[in-house]
Design a protein around this ligand. Structure first.
Ligand code: GDP
Ligand code: MG
Length: 441
């Protein structure tokens, strides 16, 4: 695949903005990559379409081909879609005893994952957990959970022969309350495929337990089927999250994207082996890299972007050292401040700055001022911005008027610029080392 890709990208080497054709060509390859990663066809199609609209017209980073740029955009979008708003590792388990319902097809990894999560909650969060197997179809399955429980030091509900899943769920709930457990986990039976009996059973259990979390456990290697499974469980039972197992295998894990797209639920964890600690919190960046399988291209574009940023910073530093701090630089600094949440945001980020904030307030320097100053600079011509020394009375009047302000406002801005410019020159004389020292204290 990589060879094929580089072939296409070699042909796309012109710079500038991404044209529709650039994007379409690169996305054809991305589409193949997604399908090879087992992303379901409709999900891949929708995803590509969304990226197509976003990517067209975007700028291409210097020393990067349009094709490579598209891959980076695809990667970022993939991370964005996979990410969601929730913190994947934070299960809702307040109000003890909190029920967690584990659902999924047979062999997906429910029982193993139940124990893995129990171990995690016990060790990381110091929770007291009770696990109960509701798999009455296979006596060995109940034994399996009991054995895992003993292994990780987590209690399991004693097995009572002849009980149905709903009765077991009730007993688990009672036992969890009486025994002072923080969480009780219900490991349900699966089937090889979705059927009415399975769904009705899980539904009945859900109604008894009223779970805080209902986690769908899916084999990360299943592609198309994962979507049907997720749709069915979410429609009928209502899931709150997904666990993808067997991500230690060599599958590319496209199921992650399908799951997320179809259910809109967060992917919480990934299973990375049969051992009890082979469970990790879901990391979108890693899984995105794996699905796309173009990590080297993404890294290349990121490197190019970093290089350009570093070059810009270096250029700016050199100019400051020479005392060439003009209005464009000042505007850049002001805009940076605004982006970082204004005065308030900046102060919040730096410890011990609350006193400084008081001083700025006294001086009447607030977020509105930043915007007004930017407006004044915008009202200047290119020449004036590069050379603020040329500003005479008539120019000042014009600029202030253009920004809807007084000449006195402009004078304040010019004074600030002079002070900053002097400070920059001083720092410049100190050299890079001295500058870092004076900034870092
Ligand atoms: P259940 O039928 O859904 O309860 O599935 P099980 O928990 O019994 O798991 C079925 C098999 O998959 C067992 O042999 C597990 O050890 C194995 N398994 C579960 N999760 C993982 C995983 O993340 N990676 C690997 N390699 N195997 C797993
Ligand atoms: Mg099981």
């Amino acid at each position: 695949l990589s060879d094929r890709l580089s072939g296409v990208f070699d042909r796309l080497t012109k710079q500038g903005a991404l044209s529709e054709a650039d994007v379409a060509t690169a996305l054809r390859e991305v589409r193949v990559a997604l399908l090879e990663a087992d992303v379901s066809l409709p999900v891949a199609r929708d995803f590509i379409k969304a990226v197509q609209e976003k990517a067209t017209g975007q700028a291409v980073t210097k020393s990067v081909t349009p094709g490579q740029q598209v891959v980076k955009i695809v990667h970022d979008e993939l991370v964005h879609v996979l990410q969601g708003d929730e913190d994947p590792g934070a299960l809702k388990i307040d109000n003890p005893p909190a029920p967690i319902l584990m659902v999924g097809l047979q062999g997906g990894g429910k029982t193993t994952t139940t124990a893995k999560i129990a171990k995690r909650l016990k060790e990381r969060d110091g929770k007291k957990i009770l696990m109960a197997s509701l798999d009455v179809n296979r006596p060995a399955a109940m034994e399996q959970l009991a054995i895992l429980g003993a292994q990780i030091g987590v209690d399991t509900l004693p097995i009572v022969k002849g009980e149905d899943p709903v009765a077991i769920a009730r007993r688990a709930k009672t036992q969890a309350s009486l025994g002072g457990y923080d969480v009780y986990m219900l490991d349900t039976a699966g089937r090889l495929s979705i059927d009415e009996e399975l769904m009705a059973q899980v539904e009945a259990v859900r109604d008894v337990a009223n779970p805080r979390e209902t986690l769908l456990v899916v084999d990360g290697l299943t592609g198309q089927d994962a979507v049907t499974t997720a749709e069915n469980f979410d429609d009928r039972i209502g899931i709150t999250g997904v666990v993808l197992t067997r991500m230690d295998g060599d599958g590319r894990g496209g199921a992650a994207l399908s799951m997320r797209a179809v259910t809109g639920r967060p992917i919480r964890f990934v299973g990375l082996g049969e051992k009890m600690d082979a469970l990790e919190t879901f990391e979108p960046d890693r899984v995105a890299g794996r699905i796309l399988g173009m990590g080297d291209i993404v890294a290349l574009v990121e490197k190019a972007q970093e290089t350009i940023e570093a070059e810009q910073a270096e250029r700016m530093m050199k100019r400051f050292q020479k005392g060439q701090f003009n209005m464009n630089d000042l505007r850049g600094q002001l805009e940076q401040m605004e982006k970082m949440g204004g005065v308030e945001g900046l102060m919040g980020m730096m410890p011990g700055m609350s006193k400084m904030k008081g001083k700025l307030d006294e001086a009447g320097f607030d977020d509105k001022v930043i915007r007004r100053q930017i407006a004044l600079i915008q009202s200047m011509t290119k020449k004036e911005r590069a050379n603020p020394q040329i500003l005479q009375a008539s120019r000042k009047k014009r600029i202030a008027k253009g920004a809807g302000m007084e000449v006195s406002d402009l004078n304040k801005l010019l004074k600030m610029h002079r002070q900053m410019s002097d400070a920059m020159k001083k720092m410049g004389k100190m050299g890079k080392k001295g500058m870092m020292k004076s900034l870092g204290g």
